[in-house]
Design a protein around this ligand. Structure first.
Ligand SMILES: [Zn+2]
Ligand SMILES: [Zn+2]
Length: 263
């Protein structure tokens, strides 16, 4: 993949091939038109492939063939105007590592981002009303979350590690304040692995859109102190208009820490 200026590529986007965006009208073509409108040089489609859901038949599986076909058509249509990559967001890799590895090998995706949405035996925080969850349970859930995330950073085929603060989005939105420094040691291990394996850290710009404060600056500072240099922005768009949304503010946060080192 070419070296794009950080605000010119959206590395985390969903089309209507994602189970949770099927009704949003966000075809690859429409997403590309929006990317051009926003002035991007490139877009990576990363539709959900939730490893545990596929095995446990929880949601409709990703239709890889149809997804790739429409992405290829978009590549052809926007040639010379926008670079398009067909990636995948692999969720819960460590729940079924052999299945995940098989997909990574046979799917021939341009880019793979790794995510933990729900830990083993727990619900995706998206569906949880945290105002009803006792404090010690929240801490237990975050313990589990960072453990599973750390395990994922040993997986060799993941290019980019997505939204490390994922559960905190929903905990924060419920008005609950959690001091993330409690997990600093684990987060440090995660970041060290990302750096040691030459992988990319994703700054997910959802927090800008949702107008919540996440410990992104704290984590990025740690990443910088450890020598982390590879960062990419991802909007996590599930709707057309969200392509590259929040990039200006998210870049400001990066620049406050990296002082012009990352462009
Ligand atoms: Zn999603
Ligand atoms: Zn995700």
């Amino acid at each position: 993949m070419k070296n794009y200026s950080i605000t010119k590529i959206d590395t985390h986007t969903h089309t209507y091939f994602s189970f949770d965006a099927a009704e949003n009208g966000n075809s690859p073509e429409k997403m590309c038109e929006e990317a051009i409108k926003k002035g991007l040089d490139a877009i990576i489609f990363t539709d959900h492939l939730e490893v545990n859901h596929e095995i446990e038949h929880a949601f409709a599986p990703l239709n890889i063939t149809a997804y790739k076909k429409q992405c290829a058509e978009a590549k052809e249509k926007f040639k010379g105007r926008l670079d398009i990559y067909t990636g995948v967001e692999l969720g819960q890799i460590t729940h079924y590592p052999e299945y995940a590895e098989e997909i990574a090998k046979t799917g021939s995706f341009d880019y793979i981002i790794g995510s933990v949405h729900n830990t083993k035996g727990e619900q995706d925080p998206y569906y949880i009303d945290f105002t009803k969850v006792p404090c010690d349970k929240i801490i237990y859930m975050l313990d589990k979350y960072f453990d599973e995330y750390l395990q994922m950073t040993y997986v060799p085929y993941v290019d980019q590690f997505a939204h490390l603060t994922y559960p905190l989005r929903y905990i924060k939105k419920a008005g609950i304040d959690v001091d993330v420094t409690r997990w600093d040691d684990k987060i440090r291990e995660i970041l060290k692995n990302i750096i040691a394996h030459g992988k990319t850290y994703e700054l997910n710009s959802v927090y800008v859109r949702k107008d919540i404060v996440l410990p992104e600056d704290h984590i990025l500072q740690m990443y910088k102190d450890l020598g982390g240099e590879k960062i990419r922005l991802g909007s996590d768009a599930h709707y057309i208009e969200h392509v590259a949304s929040g990039f200006d503010k998210a870049y400001e946060l990066i620049d406050n820490i990296y002082k012009g080192e990352i462009k």
